[in-house]
Design a protein around this ligand. Structure first.
Ligand SMILES: [Zn+2]
Length: 314
């Protein structure tokens, strides 16, 4: 059994404190999030997480991508599709990931141990288009989703080439809402998976009683879902586990929707049940969703307890 995070970690912007940072600030090149990335990497590693993220500290999961994608613009914080969606104008997450990996390497005195590493995370094309407004060019969301999948593939390939991640995760919370055309959604994920040299994971939030049978058939290697914050999904998994084929399960076992530390007995019971259903070699433990909204010490403690259970049953 290994452990990971869904992605986001509580972050604080810092202000320049030493001469170099003040100088950088003068030229507009001081990065107020660099310390937050470092703190999030160290917290994840201290808590025992095997496959870390860069903390996704820079902001909301949609605009962080759409601000670099031609055809999309941000108005009052919301993304509007205004013309044909094309490849990103620059790499989006590479610098943060490189920095996070550097911090990780230093943490382990130069050699990242076998089984540990960092993953690349992108927000999926279905989720981005469904949370955006089409103003012009596209007659329907589906065509925009396919173009956006090609655009995001550009970023995914850059991550694989330049950061050597353990795997790529696509976040598609909208797939459980019933609003998404599953055939197009699956096609979009296939575009991202095409020729990928590392495993592909997909994170879906929410209740899965209606969506699981479709989602289980997506062409991904890891399917990540939430099991701590609701009492529906575990039953759905138990009944339909055979649909997963040889996929691994990202198993949300701490509740990211409450800002208090989970009872370790609850985590343990959930994980035992998951071991029974899919087997421990097919399990990757993680929180239900990102931990952005939790206080830092609570986020840390959630991850620490999750890893205590992982160690007990690995
Ligand atoms: Zn989520």
């Amino acid at each position: 059994m290994r452990s990971t995070v869904v992605g986001s970690f509580p972050a604080e912007e810092s202000s320049p404190s030493n001469f170099k940072d003040k100088l950088l600030n003068t030229f507009g090149s001081y990065d107020p999030f660099k310390e937050a990335i470092k703190a999030s990497v160290i917290a994840q590693l201290d808590a025992g997480v095997d496959i870390i993220s860069d903390g996704q500290v820079r902001g909301d999961m949609v605009s962080i991508f759409t601000k670099y994608i031609p055809g999309m613009k941000i108005e009052d914080g919301n993304t509007v599709i205004v013309s044909k969606i094309r490849n990103p104008t620059q790499e989006i997450s590479i610098n943060d990931m490189k920095y996070a990996k550097k911090v990780m390497k230093e943490y382990f005195n130069g050699n990242i141990p076998e089984g540990k590493g960092i993953k690349g995370i992108i927000t999926g094309p279905n989720t981005i288009v469904h949370s955006s407004r089409i103003q012009s060019f596209y007659k329907n969301k589906e065509d925009a989703i396919i173009d956006l999948a090609h655009s995001l593939k550009f970023e995914v390939d850059a991550i694989v080439k330049k950061v050597d991640p353990v795997y790529i995760q696509v976040d598609e919370p909208f797939l459980s809402t019933g609003m998404v055309d599953m055939k197009v959604a699956k096609e979009a994920i296939d575009i991202i998976h095409d020729g990928l040299e590392v495993p592909l994971g997909m994170h879906v939030c929410g209740l899965l009683n209606d969506a699981f049978k479709d989602i289980a058939k997506f062409n991904v290697d890891i399917l990540d879902m939430e099991f701590a914050g609701n009492n529906v999904n575990l039953g759905v998994l138990e009944k339909n586990a055979s649909l997963l084929g040889d996929k691994k399960v990202g198993f949300g076992c701490v509740d990211s929707s409450v800002n208090e530390v989970d009872d370790i007995k609850d985590i343990e019971n959930l994980v035992l049940k998951a071991i029974e259903i899919v087997g421990k070699d097919n399990l990757i433990l993680d929180p239900d969703c990102g931990l952005r909204r939790a206080p830092k010490d609570v986020a840390f403690e959630k991850l620490r307890l999750m890893n205590e259970i992982k160690d007990k049953y690995s």
